[in-house]
Ligand binder design. Structure first.
Ligand code: PRP
Ligand code: URA
Ligand code: MG
Length: 218
């Protein structure tokens, strides 16, 4: 019998440095204007992408430096792609592009019902060869976990192996982490913050409000 995967080993929380806390203090502040919200969210997104890239396998590769000396390095193995959960997840695409030139990006449109908080799938468009790729699933908020679970089911139905999926988000609630992990114990969640709870409207508490509205509209 296989042993259950330890939940904490599958949640990679960015190191809570003063710099990171400062970035979150700006985006959590309700008085922060959209241009700052976008700028500082983008900085956090970049850190999440870099942490995600750290998870990918490498192989040994010797190179020669300009001194004609051999340096024992590594090179990345495997192909990746991003998949954003539209709308808010699209905010994370540029951070991935900044690190991985001409990376392929798929989209899954899922919206959470404002009354029930239940997710609804409207549309998906994914790279043809997605089953051969490592997938960075992009959505800034993990609240109940409903949207991320639905998106991940789409990926798995397209042949992506769970252990090749990395779910990147800025803020997670314990309820969402547990629901996602119970369903997909092999998938790593890479997050920058874990808040104590959801409120009665299933918003992350204290949270930062509606990420999509703050990044795109307000
Ligand atoms: C938000 C967020 C996630 C979802 C998280 O999207 O971007 O997709 O809610 O909540 P859950 O974990 O309870 O499913 P929303 O549906 O509000 O749409 P948006 O991207 O247009 O803001
Ligand atoms: N989606 C958001 O944007 N914010 C929350 O607090 C929960 C879901
Ligand atoms: Mg969404």
């Amino acid at each position: 019998m296989s042993t259950p995967t330890d939940i904490t080993s599958n949640v990679l929380l960015l190191e809570q440095t003063n710099q990171l806390k400062g970035l979150y203090s700006i985006i959590r502040n309700k008085n922060t204007h959209r241009s700052d919200f976008v700028f500082y969210s983008d900085r956090i997104i970049r850190l999440l992408v870099e942490r995600g890239l750290d998870q990918l396998p490498v192989k040994q590769a010797d190179i020669t430096t300009p001194l004609d000396v051999t340096y024992s390095g590594v090179e990345f193995l495997g192909k990746i792609c991003g998949v954003s959960i539209v709308r808010a997840g699209e905010s994370m695409e540029q951070g991935l592009r900044d690190c991985c030139r001409s990376v392929r990006i798929g989209k899954i449109l899922i919206q959470r019902d404002e009354e029930t908080a239940l997710p609804k799938l409207f549309y998906e468009k994914l790279p043809e060869d997605i089953e051969d790729r490592y997938v960075f699933l992009l959505d800034p908020m993990l609240a109940t976990g409903g949207s991320a679970i639905l998106a991940t089911e789409v990926l798995i139905s397209r042949g992506v192996k769970p252990e090749r999926i990395f779910f990147l988000n800025l803020l997670a609630a314990p309820e969402g982490i547990k629901a996602y992990h119970d369903k997909f114990p092999e998938i790593k969640i890479i997050t920058g913050g874990i808040d104590p709870k959801l409120d009665e409207k299933k918003r992350i508490d204290p949270g930062l409000g509606d990420f999509g509205d703050r990044y795109y509209c307000i």
